[in-house]
Design a protein around this ligand. Structure first.
Ligand code: ADP
Ligand code: MG
Length: 257
C-alpha cells in the first residue's frame, strides 16, 4: 500500500484535543525529493500535523508512513533517528549555548543518547570531535556569512533571523532525509525571507525532501511543487501553487468571506 518514490504518506490522520478536532482525516503525500507546502489560517492544524509526524502528539487514528515504515507510536527521538528532522514555530534552542554547540546537539542526538552529551560530557575521541565540529561549521556555512562569524557566540545574543538559521542548522545536523520547517520565515523582513527561500531551495537541490508550513504565498510559490490547504483541521484544497491561489474555498478560508 506504500508507493515507492513517496517519502511521507499520511493517511486519514485525526488528532483530537478533548472536544476539539485539530486534524480531521487528513491525507498528505510528500514524494521523495519533493517540496510540499502546508498553508492555512491560524489554528487550522498545521503545527499539529508536524507534531503528529514527529511523535509529539498522539494521533487518534490514521497512518503516517515514512519510506514505507509506520511512524505513529514512535517517540520523537525515534522519528529523528528514521531521518525526519524539524524546526519549531516557536524557536527551541539552548539560549546560553553557542551557535556551534546548538548545532552539535542536533548532530549528536542522532549518534548518541541524551542530547546533552555533546556539550557537557563529550564521550568522543579528539578525531570524532574535530570531525563533528567541521561538519557543524559546514552546515552553518550554508547560510553564507550570517552564522559563520558567530559560531562561538551564544544564541541569546543573536538576531531573530539568525536564531531561525541556527534552528534549521541544528535540524540539518542530524542528516535528515526529510526536513519539516514550521514557518521558517516568520518574523523575517522581506530581504531575509527572500534569502532564506533561496537557501531552502538549494537544500532541495542538494536532494533533501521538504515539508514546509509557510504563510507567505510568494515563498510557497517559489519553493513548493504542491500546496496543501488546511482549514479547521480539514484539508480543503491541494494542488500546484498557482491552482491553489485561484481556489475559491482557499480565498474564503483566508479572507473569511
Ligand atoms: P496552526 O499551526 O495551523 O496555527 P495548531 O496546529 O497549532 O494550528 O492548532 C490547531 C488547533 O489545535 C488550535 O485550535 C490549537 O489551539 C489546538 N491545539 C494545538 N495543540 C494543542 C494542545 N497540545 N492541546 C490542546 N489544544 C491544542
Ligand atoms: Mg502553527
Amino acid at each position: 500500500e506504500s508507493t515507492p518514490g513517496n517519502a511521507l504518506e499520511i493517511r486519514g490522520v485525526t488528532v483530537k484535543f478533548g472536544g476539539l478536532t485539530a486534524l480531521n482525516n487528513v491525507d498528505l503525500t510528500v514524494p521523495a525529493g519533493g517540496v510540499v507546502a502546508v498553508i492555512g489560517p491560524n489554528g487550522s492544524g498545521k503545527s499539529t500535523l508536524f507534531n503528529a509526524i514527529t511523535g509529539l502528539v498522539q494521533a487518534h487514528s490514521g497512518s503516517i508512513k515514512f519510506h514505507g515504515a509506520e511512524l505513529l507510536g514512535l517517540a520523537p527521538h525515534e522519528v529523528l533517528e528514521r531521518g525526519v528532522a524539524r524546526t519549531f514555530q516557536n524557536i527551541r534552542l539552548f539560549p546560553n549555548l553557542t551557535v556551534l554547540e546548538n548545532v552539535l546537539i542536533g548532530q549528536h542526538s542522532r549518534l548518541r543518547t541524551g542530547p546533552f552529551a555533546a556539550v557537557f560530557h563529550p564521550p568522543w575521541t579528539k578525531a570524532e570531535e574535530e570531525g563533528a565540529r567541521k561538519w557543524a561549521l559546514d552546515i552553518i556555512g550554508l547560510f553564507g556569512n550570517r552564522l559563520t562569524p558567530r559560531a562561538n557566540q551564544t544564541v541569546s545574543g543573536l538576531s531573530y533571523a539568525n536564531r531561525r538559521r541556527v534552528e534549521i542548522s541544528r535540524a540539518l545536523a542530524s542528516k535528515p532525509k526529510i526536513l519539516l520547517l514550521d514557518e521558517p520565515t516568520a518574523g523575517m523582513n522581506p530581504n531575509e525571507t527572500l534569502e532564506l527561500a533561496e537557501q531552502i531551495k538549494s537544500l532541495h537541490e542538494m536532494g533533501l525532501t521538504i515539508l514546509l508550513i509557510e504563510h507567505k504565498l510568494d515563498v510557497v510559490t517559489k519553493l513548493a511543487d504542491t500546496v496543501v490547504v488546511l482549514d479547521h483541521g480539514d484539508k480543503i484544497a491541494e494542488g500546484r501553487p498557482d491552482e491553489v491561489r485561484r481556489n475559491e474555498e482557499v480565498l474564503t478560508a483566508y479572507l473569511g468571506r
